[in-house]
Structures are given as structure tokens and as C-alpha cells.
Design a protein around this ligand. Structure first.
Ligand code: ADP
Length: 510
């Protein structure tokens, strides 16, 4: 029918806007590499390139019992990790929801003493022996003489703290600002490791906060411990709610470190390397090379941080659903290409034809979840029944036609594919700027470039890695031969085993 042809053509036009051709990918890689370099040299560059003070990656032979805690947005996790030394580990964990009133407590003491209490409960429950033999003894002795534990008794702990911090050492970092609904003013500017350590000490727990952990670094470490072979992992990358990556850099290239003050600059390591947290979500905030559609523009303008995190706004789970929602609204509101309308009544009456409920989430900002892109893009059911069902149940669209669903699928795939190809830009830039492709031994095992990834998008979006790899091959200095050397593996538990491994490395470098 004329209606379905017009709709299909309009959907194709929108999908075409999300094409990100080969030449653009190459331009993106060049710009990314330039911005990486700049971030290594000066503070306040577009790519923050934050020194993490983590100076070695594991190879799977590490052993021991470590602890990790993770303060994310809504939950606080406590775990202990037994590293078996053969690339495997056992993990015990507990999780509590953070009470709302503590997120906006009057003093940081209230929040951090709550966190320490959770650690105490965890120790009593899961490591009762360790707890009773050492903690009771210490309580007595510290009350009598104030003397401290012998080092062997003490667990090293990795603290994953997912808020902006300025890091000064492997276990030193001051809170820049709270995000995600937290607001405890007196904590801002304080060392969050010291805040936690003080409350752990008050409970006489045999725990030393050994490392402050960013989730991307945890991902890199977790992958490096568990990955096959003995080559260390180069990059840990997250494609979830947000996107970010951390990679192994030569200390000699991190020239800004010396200018960051005596406390920060005084670093020497046995490896000559340091993991750098790129904060790549802000790549090309000035939009010199990023592809930009009208939907990207209006999404950014309506966001609470316009002009910021521009790379992330084209890649991550927090935004892809919103891009799709804006595309669908454009079709819904265009009388010449009506989406989700009843075709027959449409021919006589333009106004009474919509199949969308008034209270459909499609009408609300961020009402469409990125998981829907995975459903639509991967729908192989006859007549796209699965997509139509999701539209009905989740999004208040009754009786969507197969043509409607096909339009939705086409645009979903285009948005997802662009995200995967943009992700390849970051990965290609890290691989090329670290020179990993030019160092060859001829031994396939040693020449493997290992990358650990985590996040729902890379895990669940159909063919994400295939699209990403296709773009990698299109970069002339990588090509099919280079792409084959890149091994990508999912790395779970960055904030568990990854944080534990950082605590271990921190302990060794002490
Ligand atoms: P986080 O990054 O917060 O640790 P996740 O990696 O689970 O957590 O990412 C959550 C994001 O992934 C959300 O933005 C959500 O919309 C998106 N998401 C969840 N499930 C899927 C899916 N099946 N396909 C694509 N995106 C998804």
C-alpha cells in the first residue's frame, strides 16, 4: 500500500542518517589517538587520561585471600575472593541496598560507618574463624596498649567507588562531587579511602584499604587474571550504562604525572608501566569528527549535561534507547509517514487513527530502554511478532503492524551498528597508539592482543562484536591481519576479583 511504502522509505531515510562509513571511522581513530596523546601530557584535556597508580597486570598465577567492596549507585557489595593461582577464583559476596536517608546523610560518618558495619557482618558470617581469633585479640590489645595488628593478620581490600575522584595514589583519592542521588557535603574534597579506613579501624577490623578502584581498571585486571595464555591484557572496556576504557601505558609517555605535584609525581615502578583510565566517554566533546544526526543534537540539548560525554551519548545503554525513541516520535508525528496507525481508517480520517496509548512510555523522556534495541535488532520471528509483542506489553502500542515493526527494527539496527562501529574507534586507537601491532614475535600466542569487555550492550546486543570487528578491519593500519590478532573476551566481576587483584598489586608495590 502507499502508506506502508511511505513508511518504509521514511524509516530507510532515518536509518541512513546513522551510517558511519569507513573514511569517517579512520578520521575518528586519528582524532582519538591525538586526544589520547594530549591527555597524557596535560591536565584538563578532552580525554582525561587519569593515572590510576596501578602498575602491573596479573598473569593468572596470583594467589591469596582478598576482600573487595563496591559502592555503586544503589547497592553496596562486600566480597572476599580466593585466588587459586591457576586463573580461577572463588568469590563469596553479600549485597545490601543503601538506605535512602544515608545517601543524603548529614555527615559522611553516618554513611561510612554503615559501610564498615556491613563489612563486619560479612566477616563474622563468612570468615568467622579469622574474625574471632584476630578481632577479639585486637580489641583487647588495642584497648590496653593501642598496639596494632601484625601485617599477616590483615586482609587487603580493594574499594570500588563509582563517583568522580581525583586520585593521588593507589589508595588515595578525594571525592570531586557526588552523583547518582548522593549528597553528603562534608565528604567532598576528602580522601574516601581514609574515610572508610577510619570506620573499619573503629570496629577493630583486620582490614587495610589497599586500593581505590575504577570499574574499567577492575575489568582489565579481572580479564588479565582469567584470560588464556600468559600475555597480559591491554585494555579493559565497559559498554553498559556508560562507556569507558582503561589500558596499560608506558610511564615515560605519561608526562603530565611529574607536573601533578610531589605526592602524585613521585612514581617509580618495576614494570615502567601504569594503567591509565581514559574517561573516553568525553572523546570529541567539540564534535570535530563524531557523526551527528538531528536526533543526537536534540538528545544532547535536552540532557542535564549538554556538550559533555558526547562519545558516550552515541554508544551507551543510557542513551541508545532515547535516540531510538526520538526517531520513532519523528515518524509518529509526521502525517505523511504515520507509524503505529490503523491504515484503513487513516485513508479517511487523519486524526483518529493512532494505536499508541496516551500514557505510552514512548512519550516520556528516556521512556524506551536500550534492551528494546536488542529485541528489535535481533528479531527473527515471523512477521516480527516478538517486537510487536514488546511494543504492546512494554510500550503501550496495540496492534502494531509487521510494517511498523520492520521500520522499528531497521532504525534500531542502524543505531546499534553505529554504536558498535564507534566503539571500534576507541579500541583501534588504543591498539595503535600503544604500538602493540608493530611488535611481533611471530608466535601467535605472544602476538595476541587481549581485550576485556563488560556491560549489557556488548554482552546482549546482537552482533555487537561482529560490527565492531568489521570496523576494525576497515582501519587501514589494522586491516584483517591486525584484527585477527585482537582477542576480545567478556570479563565479569571487575569490582570483585578485579578489585581484589588491584589490592594484591598494591600490596606488592608497597
Ligand atoms: P552498568 O553499566 O550500570 O554496570 P549494565 O552493564 O547492565 O550495568 O548496563 C545497563 C545498561 O544496559 C542500561 O542502560 C540498559 O538499558 C542496557 N541494557 C540492559 N539490557 C540490555 C540488553 N539486553 N541489550 C542492550 N542493552 C541493555
Amino acid at each position: 500500500t502507499p502508506h506502508s511504502m511511505a513508511l518504509a522509505a521514511a524509516a530507510e531515510r532515518i536509518a541512513a542518517e546513522f551510517e558511519y562509513p569507513k573514511e569517517q571511522v579512520q578520521k575518528g581513530v586519528t582524532a582519538f589517538m591525538r586526544q589520547m596523546d594530549e591527555g597524557l601530557q596535560v591536565q584538563g584535556a578532552t580525554l582525561s587520561q587519569i593515572p590510576t597508580y596501578v602498575t602491573a597486570v596479573p598473569n593468572g598465577t596470583e594467589k591469596g585471600l582478598y576482600m573487595a567492596v563496591d559502592l555503586g549507585g544503589t547497592n553496596f557489595r562486600v566480597c572476599s575472593i580466593q585466588l587459586h593461582g591457576n586463573s580461577t577464583f572463588s568469590l563469596t559476596q553479600s549485597k545490601v541496598k543503601i538506605p535512602g536517608d544515608l545517601m543524603t546523610a548529614k555527615t559522611s560518618h553516618e554513611l561510612f560507618s554503615f559501610l564498615a558495619k556491613q563489612v563486619e557482618t560479612f566477616l563474622k558470617t563468612h570468615h568467622g574463624e579469622h574474625y574471632s581469633s584476630h578481632v577479639e585479640r585486637r580489641k583487647k590489645s588495642s584497648m590496653l596498649s593501642g598496639e596494632s595488628y601484625s601485617d599477616e593478620d590483615v586482609f587487603s581490600l580493594g574499594f570500588t567507588f563509582s563517583f568522580p575522584v581525583q586520585q593521588y595514589g593507589i589508595n588515595k583519592g578525594t571525592l570531586i562531587r557526588w552523583t547518582k542521588g548522593f549528597d553528603i557535603p562534608d565528604a567532598v574534597g576528602k580522601d574516601v579511602c581514609a574515610l572508610l579506613q577510619k570506620e573499619l579501624d573503629a570496629l577493630h577490623l583486620p582490614i587495610r584499604v589497599a586500593a581505590l578502584v575504577n570499574d574499567t581498571v577492575g575489568t582489565l585486571m579481572a580479564r588479565s587474571y582469567t584470560s588464556p595464555g600468559k600475555t597480559g591484557t591491554l585494555l579493559g572496556a565497559i559498554f553498559g550504562t556508560g562507556t569507558n576504557g582503561a589500558y596499560v601505558e608506558k610511564l615515560s609517555r605519561l608526562t603530565k604525572l611529574a607536573k601533578m605535584g610531589p605526592e602524585a609525581g613521585d612514581v617509580e615502578t618495576s614494570t615502567g608501566e601504569m594503567i591509565v583510565n581514559t574517561e573516553w566517554g568525553s572523546f570529541d566533546n567539540h564534535l570535530s569528527v563524531l557523526p551527528t544526526t538531528s536526533f543526537d543534537r536534540t538528545l544532547d540539548a535536552a540532557s542535564n549535561n549538554p556538550g559533555i560525554q558526547m562519545f558516550e551519548k552515541r554508544i551507551s545503554g543510557m542513551f541508545l534507547g532515547e535516540i531510538l525513541r526520538r526517531c520513532l516520535l519523528a515518524l509518529i508525528h509526521d502525517p505523511s509517514t504515520p507509524l503505529f496507525t490503523d491504515e484503513h481508517s487513516n485513508q479517511n480520517d487523519m486524526h483518529s487513527t493512532t494505536n499508541i496509548h496516551d500514557d505510552s512510555p514512548l512519550y516520556r523522556p528516556h521512556g524506551l530502554d536500550t534492551s528494546f534495541l536488542s529485541i528489535a535488532s535481533g528479531d527473527a520471528s515471523p512477521g516480527l511478532k516478538v517486537t510487536r509483542q514488546a511494543l504492546d506489553i512494554e510500550y503501550g502500542v496495540s496492534a502494531a503492524s509487521a510494517e511498523d515493526a520492520e521500520a522499528v527494527r531497521l532504525i534500531s539496527s542502524a543505531i546499534g551498528k553505529r554504536a558498535a562501529r564507534l566503539s571500534a574507534v576507541a579500541i583501534a586507537a588504543v591498539v595503535l597508539s600503544t604500538g602493540k601491532l608493530t611488535n611481533t614475535t611471530g608466535n601467535a600466542d605472544d602476538d595476541t592482543i587481549d581485550i576485556g569487555v563488560d556491560g549489557s550492550l556488548v554482552e546482549f546486543y546482537p552482533n555487537f562484536e561482529d560490527y565492531l570487528r568489521e570496523a576494525l578491519r576497515e582501519v587501514p593500519s589494522i586491516g584483517p591481519a591486525g584484527e585477527q590478532r585482537i582477542r576480545i573476551g567478556i570479563a565479569k566481576d571487575g569490582s570483585g576479583v578485579g578489585a581484589a587483584l588491584i589490592a594484591l598489586v598494591a600490596e606488592r608495590e608497597r
